[in-house]
Design a protein around this ligand. Structure first.
Ligand code: F0G
Length: 435
């Protein structure tokens, strides 16, 4: 069978463009930010691109059994990164399932609620989609060492992809504040893991300085190529829905890269005429780490949250780097920002888990936030809603066990839907008594 990549005819000119001042940069240069300090987009000239032809190509690639385009990211390579096959480092990421929300849908009060499970990626989170693109860029630029600051998932993903590429990886994590599953992955995949005396925001500041001074390639989502890979969540979801656009996407917000990628993907599909309807994007933050929510709610300039705190450690971030890109996308989509409490996150998680789907705490902001927006009359129970579950249930076993044994009272979280283990005698009578 001829591989669809042989039929590829789409060459789309791309360049880096500052989201603040509009200045353009050639891709030959390694850059994460503009001279003015603004974030960079990988921009494309889509004017002469045949959207229908592109769609046909993506449909032809659906279900490929092997090869680069069997990846749920590189299937859409024309809108990801234009690179030769030989440079691409992929682990067939993406290709994640989309589930009817079941119990979690009833809980949120939404009839047509689907959950796109990004925890089914190779390292158990959505980060693999951005990472395949980021590490491929590192490869193109000839980097041999990559680094990131992380609340856990980016580092797990980076360590894995660096191992696949044969690169050294250096990880900066807040000491004692990341979930065990994620720390275990970083160590297992061979990342040099530096636990710093500070929070994620401190780690982020440090890693930027280190990368600049020590000539290490930075793989946080400030890197525009990471965002390009993450757009594939949107492409793949819509392809699974036969390009029928839902009314809403609901997505957790931490460093705010993922929702920036979602809106950028939608903007490009819209510009190409592949979609006509624009879904509304709801970004959900934890109430203890909610700088975007505060800005949105109070209509005031962006201000970091000083000591962010949440059980959803993945999004325990007070000074998210991508807030400008995020805001641009939310406004474009007529979207909204909401916050959820610790109790709301963990109760929603109990519902996602009890539906047999399972996800880590930060992911469940999608369900907690959707429920809240239904209650506020913003999402209608009849709207079609896609919630993004960002990470696997096994990433944070402590959160699960502590909730189900009602051991989170010190954090003011009750095990409302606890399914606690029961100790019994090893006899038939004892089993009968608890059944
Ligand atoms: N959900 C999970 C499971 C995450 O790991 C993250 C971010 C988010 C949601 C938020 O996504 O930052 O793009 O808004 N984790 C990063 C990390 C910060 O280092 O793993 P975002």
């Amino acid at each position: 069978m001829q591989r669809p990549s042989k039929m590829r005819t789409f060459k789309i000119p791309s360049f880096l463009k500052c989201v603040s001042c509009g200045r353009k940069y050639d891709l030959k240069e390694i850059r994460y930010t503009c001279n003015c300090g603004g974030l960079l987009d990988l921009a494309r000239d889509l004017k002469s691109v045949d959207g229908k032809g592109l769609l046909k190509l993506w449909e032809d690639r659906w279900g490929m059994k092997s090869g680069i385009e069997s990846s749920g990211v590189w299937r859409y390579r024309e809108l990801i990164l234009d690179v030769p096959d030989s440079k691409i480092i992929t682990r067939q990421e993406g290709n994640t399932r989309i589930y009817p929300a079941g119990k979690a849908g009833e809980y949120a009060g939404i009839k047509n609620f689907l959950l796109k499970h990004e925890g089914e990626n190779p390292t158990g989170s959505f980060k693999d989609r951005g990472m395949t693109c980021g590490i491929t860029a590192a490869n193109i630029y000839g980097a041999k060492c990559v680094a990131c600051a992380s609340t856990g998932n980016t580092s797990a993903s980076m360590a894995s992809y660096a191992a696949a590429a044969g690169f050294k990886s250096v990880i900066f994590i807040p000491s004692g504040k990341i979930a065990y599953g994620k720390l275990a992955q970083a160590l297992a995949y061979g990342g040099l893991t530096l636990q710093i005396d500070g929070n994620f925001d401190d780690a982020m500041t440090l890693v930027q300085e280190i990368c600049e001074k020590l000539d290490i390639y930075l793989l946080n989502s400030i890197n525009p190529f990471r965002i390009e890979g993450q757009k594939a969540i949107c492409f793949e979801t819509l392809q699974q829905l036969d390009w029928k656009v839902p009314d809403w996407f609901v997505i957790p917000g931490g460093n705010l890269g993922n929702n920036s990628a979602l809106s950028k993907a939608l903007m490009e599909l819209h510009e190409l005429g592949i979609i006509r309807k624009i879904p509304r994007i709801a970004v959900i933050q934890a109430s203890g780490a909610n700088p975007l929510y505060k800005m949105w709610k109070n209509n005031r300039p962006f201000e970091p949250v000083k000591n962010p705190e949440t059980i959803a450690t993945a999004i325990k971030i007070g000074n998210p780097v991508s807030w400008e890109k995020s805001l641009r996308g939310i406004k474009w989509s007529n979207g909204i920002v909401e916050e959820v409490t610790e109790q709301e996150i963990m109760d929603a998680k109990a519902m996602v888990d009890a539906a047999g789907i399972g996800a880590e705490p930060a992911s469940c902001c999608s369900v907690a936030g959707a429920k809240k927006l239904v209650e506020a009359g913003i999402i209608s129970p009849n709207d079609s809603v896609v919630g993004i579950l960002t990470g696997n249930v096994l990433k944070d076993p402590d959160a699960v066990i502590n909730y189900h044994t009602d051991n989170l009272r010190d954090k003011h979280i009750k095990g409302n839907f606890a399914n606690s283990p029961k100790s019994i005698k090893a006899t038939l009578e004892a089993v009968k008594a608890v059944l």
